[in-house]
Design a binder for this molecule. Sequence first.
Ligand code: PRX
Length: 651
Amino acid sequence: MPDIESLLKENRVFKPSKEFAKAANWSKKQIKEYRSLGAANPERFWAKMARENIDWFTPFKKTLEWKPPFAKWFRGGKLNVSYNCLDRHLEGDNAWRRNKAAIIWEGEPGDTRILTYAELHREVCKFANVLKQQGVKKGDRVALYMPMVPELAVAILACTRIGAPHSVVFGGFSAEALRDRINDAGAKLVVTADGGYRRGAPHALKPAVDEALKGCEGVGSVIVVQRTGEATEMQAGRDLWWHELMEGASAKCAPAKLDAEHPLFILYTSGTTGKPKGILHTTGGYLTHVTTTAKAIFDLKDSDTYWCTADIGWITGHSYVIYGILANGATTLMYEGTPTYPAPDRFWDIIERWGVTIFYTAPTAIRTFVRLGDEYPKQHDLSSLRLLGTVGEPINPEAWMWYHRVIGGRRCPIVDTWWQTETGGIMISPLAAGVETKPGSATLPFPGIHAAVYDDSGASVKPPNGGFLVLEKPWPGMLRGIWGDPQRYKETYWGTYDKKYFAGDGAHRDKDGYFWIMGRIDDVMNISGHRIGTMEVESALVSHRDVAESAVVGRPDEITGTAIVAFVTPKSGIDSGPALTQELRAHVTKQIGAIAKPAEIRFTDALPKTRSGKIMRRLLRDIASGKEAIGDTTTLEDYSVLAKLRESDDG
Ligand code: PRX
């Protein structure tokens, strides 16, 4: 692990501020107490959290039933997620929250909407009734393909109210990607919008749904939110306007009393094969995990205005724009558009205008802002901020320092949070009242989480050596499976080490036991904090008529973390000029989405392979990143390929 060396040189340490610690939701003493309870008896710790932070219609009888690798948490318990996110903030001692902002929303053109807890509750009940009218029953899957508008939050919570698992598909995915996901989940209904705003212009979404549904038999109706007002084709008998349906809907809808293990949602993420995995999360465990971590790590208070910049189409948006934040009764800010529209100071302008106190974003965004220059944040008063967070990829210490200095004014603690779509909630992170931070380290596992670093043989490695990040014990927010594919679930996560969860990340610990995450060790690339499988991009490329073979690798990129480089062997007689490059990039965008578009395409007559025919990706990675020293090539079948590949570098 070559990066270890450089990270180990990082020896700056930041102590928790006394002032922050004094007022924190979790005091230093409590953190200590929870850590020892979580270490000695994680089940007892999580049961305590579930009772303290969640409202149950029927209390659970058994905290955990663990038949590796299948876990059931909080057996016998009955609850409802929308009840926990909404109703309980309208009643009893909390009734004052009725007219508190639940969602502050800002559209890219500058339009704004505020939904109070009472209003959000009403909208959610109405939409739950609309879903019922459309024949959606408990257990039916609903696909959501939407821009960042409040209706997305409403739709999500309405699904949970009636026990219909949602499958949110990021609006940046293509029609093809949407179709695969709708079919895989067997969704019955799709909620979408005419479009949303991106980079100053309306960006249509509905046409992609029309295209996707050409191959979906199971979808009976499509509900369309009017956001941009652009002309939108509506198919009679199938497509319905959100606002028309909502007009007549009743605002009374009792929350379904659901089993703790009732499926809550499916969210697709890339794996090492071409087919995305439908990660399944369930009700009680997930909600306990995200609510507890949001309260402790973000230190959420009633006076906070919290902003997580992630799109709801990703797990970060599910857990920490919606569920974990609303369950705590906090105010969550949602922004529709691009960070640099109409000017590079948009984020800082939003923070100043709304008085954002907690800000959670991705290292790729931070690196972009570093490059844009300090003058943009300096135009704004950012003194409302009191805590900063990062997620999605390792943050380089210099970007961390910039975040600390320029955005945090040296006073805000930074929580670098490690977790995954599969983990449901944050797993490794500082706790601002009690953990010293080191730039670039996610620090220590959350209480009750048992993380470790193993070598190939499954033995714990000694600091400071590197190895594979594993989770040794089940945790409440863990995925319950891959939708429709228990075998793949077992192999991917539990097949490497016996009864231990294999995260797919490289990591090492320092002498203080701090975790330093090194990034993916499988064929999954982390592009701007989003996972894209190399195989997915390869499948997209070879589906083009001119492509014979392709191999896709990641190379380090200053802004996006990783950039996609595709090595492509065209079919014989095909002209591999710039026109083909353009066409292939557009083709990948159409197949998967713009996020998977290769930054670079290199044409080659042959790919480097071993004698057994395996593509030597490590070699390609070295070539793509322009590394001089090419590693071990003793298994390479045809040496001339290497020379040709180097020549293919068009600079
Ligand atoms: O490689 C790790 C990286 O993101 C992966 C998970 O991606 P995804 O499921 O899309 O979820 C991202 C948001 C939770 C991990 O396997 N990753 C996530 N957070 C960090 C990170 N790498 C280093 N430091 C982090 N804080």
